[in-house]
Design a protein around this ligand. Structure first.
Ligand SMILES: NC(=O)c1ccc[n+]([C@@H]2O[C@H](COP(=O)([O-])OP(=O)(O)OC[C@H]3O[C@@H](n4cnc5c(N)ncnc54)[C@H](OP(=O)(O)O)[C@@H]3O)[C@@H](O)[C@H]2O)c1
Length: 289
């Protein structure tokens, strides 16, 4: 049996679908039922139920976007930096291996040679560097808290999208925003992300950090062009002049835009779909809400 934390959320819901489809028994633990931020209560539950693995898809993301994290700093720190340490403590005490959903938003830009950041590159969009958003800072702190822990996967998700229209889906966001920021990013197809991360456990690949993004990188304009070509939305998309125009008119905190390498994941036999192909697949099978 698998323990799932944050199963009620956007990412957690995709884990629920995956585990149900695979017929794997799981317990979707909700804070309303058990305060899993309490280390003693979580340890007790783990010792009682003896799950073979725990997935942490809980965290504080800010709604409708990361700007909200600037206003809710305590919740953001709790959910992203403190909670992972509490789960680590409880899983260690109960002897339960686990996986943590982290984020690629702890980077900005690309490596000096233009390639994507690897798991060996130190995060560069943190409280220490590059004037990060409060959200990114707490996600980087969460990884620091977990550094060196054993029996743990840390999976970095980046700008999730899929084929179902939803305010949390990157493709829907692009279609709904009045104006867009041109940027280059690596992104993650949500259902491939959850399947690939769970495959890490099923295949018993070495524990540790993994970037879980679709291979390659895309610019906002390229994704918009794919949307237009698909016929899902043919409006004329408008763009901000540049990042300072975006920051001045639409945002309260800087965004992370970065490229990442998922070569380490591929090296353990888990290969995700090339990014443009994955976006096209989502658009081909697009479901309106
Ligand atoms: N969505 C993205 O764009 C994105 C991108 C990269 C990484 N991530 C990471 O993926 C994880 C899940 O994100 P999500 O988009 O699924 O978030 P979400 O929809 O807001 O769901 C998160 C869930 O976490 C639980 N939770 C536990 N402690 C919390 C706290 N202090 N504040 C708020 N919620 C808390 C809640 O479940 P219960 O109350 O039911 O227990 C909540 O439903 C987060 O760690 C996030 O940083 C998300």
């Amino acid at each position: 049996m698998i323990y799932l934390l944050g199963g009620s959320g956007y990412v957690g819901h995709a884990y629920q679908q995956l585990l149900s489809r695979k017929g794997i028994p799981f317990k979707n633990l909700r804070r309303a039922e058990l305060d899993y931020a309490n280390p003693a209560l979580l340890t007790e539950a783990l010792r009682r139920d003896r799950p073979e693995f725990l997935i942490n898809a809980a965290g504080y993301t800010g709604k409708p976007n990361v700007d909200a994290c600037e206003l809710h700093k305590t919740e953001c720190l709790m959910g992203n930096a403190v909670l992972p340490g509490i789960i680590a403590q409880a899983c260690e005490a109960a002897g339960v291996p686990w996986g943590h959903v982290s984020s690629g938003c702890i980077y900005t830009g690309s490596r000096p040679d233009g390639s994507g950041f690897t798991e060996l590159d130190a995060p560069n969009f943190t409280f220490r560097q590059n004037n990060c958003s409060f959200y990114s800072g707490t996600k980087a702190l969460g990884e620091e808290v977990l550094a060196g822990k054993s029996n743990l996967f840390v999976w970095r998700l980046r700008i999730p999208f899929d084929h179902i229209e939803s305010p949390r889906n990157y493709l829907t966001k692009l279609m709904r925003y009045q104006r867009l920021l041109e940027a280059t990013n690596s992104i993650s197809q949500l259902h491939e992300f959850v399947a690939s991360t769970f495959a890490c456990w099923e295949k018993r690949v070495p524990f540790g950090l993994y970037n879980v993004t679709n291979p390659g990188q895309v610019t906002t304009r390229e994704v918009v062009e794919l949307i237009r070509q698909s016929g899902v939305c043919t409006k004329t998309f408008e763009f901000f002049k540049d990042e300072s125009d975006f920051m001045h008119t639409a945002a309260k905190t800087p965004r992370s835009n970065c490229t990442m390498s998922s070569a380490k994941l591929a090296s353990v036999g888990i290969v995700m779909t090339e990014v443009r192909e994955s976006v096209q697949q989502a658009l081909r099978t697009w479901q309106k809400s």
